[in-house]
Design a protein around this ligand. Structure first.
Ligand SMILES: Cc1ncc(COP(=O)(O)O)c(C=O)c1O
Length: 353
């Protein structure tokens, strides 16, 4: 077994740079359960300002931050509307049912954008025997659809409709940074009509850990209660917040390059194999690539062959594999990674013949 040369399983595999580690080592810290960590407080103020919201709260993970949002917006026996391929539905271990006692109503969509008619149909009538629809969740960018960007017009339309029905809108903005980098639309613009957000520092931005919950002052105070309740209150977490500040100040500008890397890899492998692009919408919008292996090769064998040759990618739905591009692979290395993929594909096809 070769050692890993290129790890494209996720952008979460990115490691802190020397400069980031230096910022972490030098961080001024205090006890954040007393809200006395100056570096955490600085990060929270920076994020609140960036998103044009009243307040923000540092949270250990994206899952916890989404679950805190669900907890503050809902009551037991409510129902929340989520997109059918959402992270909240697929990868958060059914936590809404455990933590908040709510069920999820999943709406399928073409590329992560919920239509108004589908939301309208999903919202429960007021009769006592129905669950109460108390939250709508969207995801920016959309992971399982292949890093697709929710358009500003779709978000504005959904928020206007939701608010008209008295329902708040939460955004799992784990990769909202990629949407901003690709479109030039600011975080504030994207989110001005969204009630609460969760954003991640530990994906393409490259911090080792940390997410941030964003909302009004009251929502953030409620979130602080839930963070403690769920065991997410940390002490001298300024060490981690310093990594987040460093990432925000130094790594946002290079995210667009990760999208170029994904496009370059796609061009190379789709030109030289019979694999096809399976991103929803039929194009590479940001840093996530979904590869349909078709019938010529078996995805698991192809993945194993790539792994033997030093390229790690993850499995996807059905015949699909997923590659995620990030700051720890250079443009030059993308070519080498694509070559490994192509050679692995050829080898598997030969084997299967
Ligand atoms: C869209 C999305 N939301 C939330 C999360 C959860 O983040 P964490 O791993 O920090 O809990 C992820 C993680 O990959 C994600 O892709």
């Amino acid at each position: 077994m070769n050692s890993i040369k290129f790890d494209l399983r996720s952008d979460t595999v990115t490691k802190p740079t020397i400069e980031m580690r230096k910022a972490m080592a030098e961080a001024e810290v205090g006890d954040d359960v007393y809200a006395e960590d100056p570096t955490v407080n600085r990060l929270q103020s920076m994020i609140a300002e960036l998103f044009g919201k009243e307040s923000a709260l540092f949270i250990p993970t994206g899952v916890l931050s989404n679950q805190i949002a669900i907890a503050i917006h809902t009551k037991r026996s409510d129902e929340i509307i989520v997109e059918g391929e959402s992270h909240i539905f697929h990868y958060e271990t059914a936590a809404p049912s455990i933590i908040s006692g709510v069920q999820m109503y999943c709406i399928p969509s073409e590329k992560g954008e919920l239509t108004i008619s589908s939301i309208d149909e999903a919202i429960r009538p007021g009769d006592y025997y129905f669950p109460r629809t108390s939250l709508i969740c969207i995801e920016q960018t959309h992971n399982r659809h292949g890093g697709t960007i929710l358009s500003l017009s779709s978000i504005e339309e959904i928020s206007a409709f939701a608010h008209n029905k008295g329902i708040p809108l939460h955004c799992d903005g784990a990769r909202i940074w990629n949407a901003c980098a690709e479109t030039g639309i600011s975080a504030e613009e994207y989110t001005r009509n969204i009630d609460t957000l969760s954003v991640c520092l530990s994906k393409g931005l490259g911090a080792p850990a940390g997410s941030v919950f964003i909302g009004s002052k009251d929502q953030v105070e409620f979130a602080r209660h839930w963070r403690k309740l769920l065991g997410g209150g940390m002490r001298q977490s300024g060490i981690l917040a310093a990594a987040g500040i460093h990432a925000l100040e130094n790594h946002r500008d290079t995210l667009q390059e990760d999208h170029e890397k994904a496009r370059m890899f796609a061009d190379l492998i789709f030109n030289q194999t019979s694999c096809t692009l399976a991103n929803s919408g039929g194009k590479v919008e940001t840093n996530i690539l979904i590869i349909d292996c078709g019938t010529a090769s078996d995805p698991q064998s192809l993945r194993n062959e790539c792994s033997k040759r030093g390229l790690e990618i993850s499995s996807g739905r059905g015949q699909c594999l997923r590659a995620v591009f990030h700051r720890d692979i250079t443009l030059q290395e993308v070519k080498a990674a694509a070559l490994i993929f192509i050679q692995s594909f050829e080898s598997i096809v030969k084997e299967l013949q």
